[in-house]
Design a protein around this ligand. Structure first.
Ligand code: AMP
Ligand code: ZN
Ligand code: FE
Ligand code: FE
Length: 274
């Protein structure tokens, strides 16, 4: 049996692996296909594609776009993106600058709370164009300003906590359109995480192609529920571990295994779109 993991992050956003390390791990996990889905970035895709080609692993160039619909945050995965598409790259660059400004704002908020974190420490640790809260949390741990990542989120960075800063996001409808114009398929990420089921019909109307039924944080019941929704709206089915590399536990890559018939449907849908 062949399997895929279609939700993975690298150092080009908030993961800890390089693209090459990710592919090596994928190979060790026995995966036949991976997709790279860094937050608001496609920068790691070229290197991941090269590394996959070297070991005859199928590769899908992707990204996880942070979006919103009716005040609800929703992550939209783009698969089979043309990573040289100018409209996509320009829009991604804008959201990367939103992310960088937000780091400054979060650090100012932390400083006001008496935590002497330096913004340079966060940027040095992140070392990428798409920094986010995990980098702030990691920098706090590294500088011994907090005991662990969980505490950083629970005390300061989670929505509603004192150093949380809202993020300007693109609308989910724009995300779907942006992905389509870059030749990609648009897939709703981890719908079970944010309880966003009520927005699914709107996204389908906007041209959503698929839904991530299998995810680390989906229970079996949840996955079954989204498989039914996929069938109801004629959506493609995807799945992935959402591996961010090293954290508290062993890396998640390969722990969510998408059966290959779903992967083949994705490849055929992409051909039809071309
Ligand atoms: P951001 O893009 O800056 O809003 O950060 C979102 C990322 O932070 C997610 O993709 C997760 O990887 C991570 N994250 C969110 N909430 C938590 C949490 N409570 N503990 C650890 N990591 C979290
Ligand atoms: Zn992340
Ligand atoms: Fe996400
Ligand atoms: Fe993710």
């Amino acid at each position: 049996m062949k399997f895929a993991d279609l939700h993975l992050h690298t150092q080009f956003s908030d993961g800890t692996f390089t693209p090459e390390e990710l592919v090596l791990r994928a190979q060790k996990a026995g995966l036949a296909c991976i997709a790279l889905t860094d937050h608001d970035s496609v920068e790691g895709c070229e290197r991941a594609a090269t590394a996959c080609a070297a070991v005859q692993m199928d590769f899908i160039a992707g990204s996880e776009l942070t979006a919103e619909h009716k005040d609800t945050e929703v992550h939209i995965l783009g698969y089979f993106l043309d990573i040289k598409n100018k409209v996509l790259l320009d829009r991604i660059a804008e959201f990367q600058s939103v992310r960088q400004n937000r780091i400054h704002e979060m650090v100012v908020a932390l400083n006001k709370l008496g935590i002497p974190l330096k913004v340079e420490a966060v940027f040095a640790l992140a070392n990428c164009k798409s920094p986010g809260r995990p980098h702030v949390a990691r920098a706090m741990v590294k500088e011994k300003l907090i005991n662990n990542l969980d505490e950083a989120f629970e005390k300061y960075l989670k929505k509603g906590k004192p150093a949380w800063v809202p993020k300007t996001k693109m609308s989910a409808l724009e995300a779907v359109e942006l992905i389509h114009q870059a030749g990609g398929l648009a897939v709703m990420a981890h719908p079970g995480l944010n309880r966003t089921d009520d927005i699914i019909p709107d996204l389908v109307k906007a041209g959503l192609d698929g839904i991530e039924c299998f995810h680390t944080k989906h229970s079996t019941v949840m996955s079954e529920r989204y498989l039914e929704i996929a069938e109801k709206y004629n959506l493609l089915v995807t799945g992935g571990s959402d591996c961010h590399g090293f954290s508290k536990k062993a890396p998640l890559i390969g722990t969510v295994k998408l059966p290959y018939d779903h992967v083949e449907r994705l490849f055929s849908a992409r051909k039809k779109r071309k």
